[in-house]
Design a protein around this ligand. Sequence first.
Ligand code: FES
Length: 233
Amino acid sequence: MTDRASPAAAYEGGPDNFAFSEATRKLAEKQIAKYPEGKQASAVKGLLDLAMRQMEDETGSRWLPRAAMDHVAGILGMAPIRVYEVASFYTMFKTRPVGRHHLQVCTTTPCWLRGSDAVLAACRRAAGNVPDGTVSEDGEFSVEEVECLGACVNAPVLWVGDYFYEDLDGQATERILEALKRGEHPAPGSAKGRQTSAPEGGPTTLKEVPPHQPYRPDPPAPEPAAPQADAGE
Ligand code: FES
């Protein structure tokens, strides 16, 4: 387990050395090529994300050890502290180890009003009630309360890996966590079968696809009138 309460723990642990694999390096080159010459530092977030995903492939934990941040800094010609600043600012970057499944539970007001307490409790139970931000003894789960995930219509929301699980309650959350623990990939989205973000029970408007309307450009604007000669001249 990692002690999240200790600021010094932020960059401790993890491998002493890190380098992109051949596959990650090719993806990194594509990211860097998106930016003009001299602006390669703009690719820092993309490369940090790639580094986290490589860590997940290699260790089962999607996080950024200091060696990975240093590697990204070296590739982009940035001072390492500039990379640490980015990694510590954006909450999607984890600078401490997380569980194989990092459970990010939204507890902002809409999710809270819709029952995020039960979702959070189920996640904490699955993690063996270790303190939030630390990893369960079996390495499966870590839990973090997060702010609005931008899916309030389908509150409450749980974010795991690359997926949102929505419209949850305690039991639905437990079913998802048990499936994750078994190594399954439970379907993301609404636990109530809601169609995307439509009202519960199905859409109430725009229920039919409107007939195709061919595009009709606006008629051209009339030419400005030529100046008239004064009849008295
Ligand atoms: S408040 Fe939870 S997704 Fe917006």
